[in-house]
Design a protein. Structure first.
Lengths: 132, 284
């Protein structure tokens, strides 16, 4: 009984300490070459040079749409989502279906980034691309 | 009456269904074909032509730009760029040129993407046969933008360049001497006036001092005033006299110089033959 009485306060104290002590940092998750970085959150990812499958497209948009922001460092480019023009960087508050989306970012003939972007339901993702 | 567990299950299912219905689900965007894109762009193009004809290329450019951004139509982006260039040409301002150039680059992004297998078959704002011509048009626009920028910048360089040195004004002999002399004469005259004032004040002070009814401290005041007046008189008369004299001398020299220069120009001696011999005429 005494152990149970101590357990809850200990848990609460630990939670309070962890919240107070460690700053909340949304680390970006970047590709191996560092050319593309995406907000690090659960169920969010960018897989370069991957394309969506039929299953991915069937599941796409089932939940609440997410929001996508795209910026390009040291250059310019346009963003294409699921085979269509989405806008020119810096792209802000673009409504993107949840699930796996085909993304391409290009500057004229040069493809800056291409791959599969997984968007959690109702979440906002920021994608940063480095222009070569 | 249904058992609680079944009721709870029903409520849960109903809640889930309601939640699913309430949650926004991304619907597939409508397909775009070259025909539908043409139908959407024609009214915008017609309105912009009217605006350009009326001399408002910038408004036309902005309307085309907004329509292009909403549809991703590369033709509208090129039309917008064309209108921005026209506005830059009219205003001779490179800022509209920069915007136009960026619109051309966006058009090129889209045109190259439409060649890419990643582009969707349900999104075709232009046909494949048009891609080559539109790409060439875009590249021509970039060339045109570069030429227009060079032309505008060279004009602004000419405007800001220092003006050519004017031919030196013809010398006016004696002008400096005359002006200096006039200034000195003026100062001398002021000094002389000051000296005259000093004499008058000094004279008055002397009369007061001679008055037997003035004595004690009053005499000291009169004495002080008299001394000040004397100083003014001496300084004004001597200083004023010297300055005035110098000023007059400079003016005279300046006038002589001016006269001699003018006299040389004016002096003419004419020798002309006559039936009886030679006729000599002159001005000095």
């Amino acid at each position: 009984m005494s152990k149970q009485r101590l357990l809850i306060p200990a848990l609460l104290a630990g939670l309070a300490l962890s919240l107070a002590g460690s700053p909340v940092v949304a680390d970006d998750s970047c590709t191996d070459d560092g050319s593309v970085c995406v907000t690090n959150m659960k169920n969010a990812s960018f897989r370069p040079n991957k394309k969506s499958t039929k299953k991915d497209r069937r599941k796409r948009g089932k939940g609440a749409a997410g929001t996508l922001n795209v910026s390009i460092n040291n250059g310019r480019g346009s963003v294409f989502v699921n085979g269509r023009y989405a806008g020119t960087a810096p792209l802000e508050y673009y409504s993107i279906p949840s699930g796996k989306n085909d993304i391409q970012i290009r500057d004229g003939m040069i493809v800056l980034a291409e791959g599969l972007l997984a968007v959690p339901r109702g979440k906002t993702l920021t994608m940063t691309v480095r222009h070569p | 009456m249904a058992p609680p567990s079944a009721l709870v299950r029903c409520v849960s299912l109903a809640s889930a269904a309601a939640l699913l219905l309430a949650t926004p689900v991304s619907a597939a965007p409508p397909p775009v074909s070259p025909a539908t894109a043409q139908a959407n762009r024609t009214p915008v193009q017609q309105r912009s032509q009217v605006q350009i004809a009326a001399g408002d290329a910038l408004s036309a450019a902005m309307e085309l730009d907004a329509a292009a951004a909403g549809s991703g139509d590369p033709v509208l982006y090129l039309d917008a760029a064309d209108a921005y260039f026209a506005a830059a040409d009219a205003s001779r301002d490179t800022s509209a040129l920069d915007v136009g150039r960026e619109r051309v680059k966006v058009a090129l992004d889209i045109l190259y993407f439409l060649r890419d297998p990643a582009s969707s078959d349900s999104w075709r704002p232009v046909s494949s046969s048009e891609l080559g011509g539109l790409t060439s048009r875009a590249n021509e626009y970039l060339q045109r933008a570069a030429e227009l920028q060079t032309a505008i910048e060279s004009e602004s360089d000419l405007v800001s360049a220092p003006t050519e040195v004017d031919e030196p004004r013809p010398a006016r002999p004696g002008r400096v001497l005359i002006i200096s002399g006039a200034a000195l004469t003026g100062l001398g005259a002021a000094g002389l006036v000051m000296g005259a004032t000093g004499l008058i004040v000094g004279g008055n002070a002397q009369r007061e001092a001679d008055d037997p009814t003035v004595y004690g401290d009053a005499i000291d005041d009169v004495d002080a005033r008299g001394k000040t007046a004397n100083t003014l008189a001496w300084g004004g008369l001597i200083g004023g006299g010297v300055l005035a004299g110098a000023g007059v001398a400079l003016m005279v020299l300046g006038l002589k110089k001016k006269k001699s220069a003018g006299g040389d120009a004016m002096a003419r001696v004419q020798v002309s033959p006559t039936l009886g011999g030679l006729l000599v005429r002159g001005r000095f």
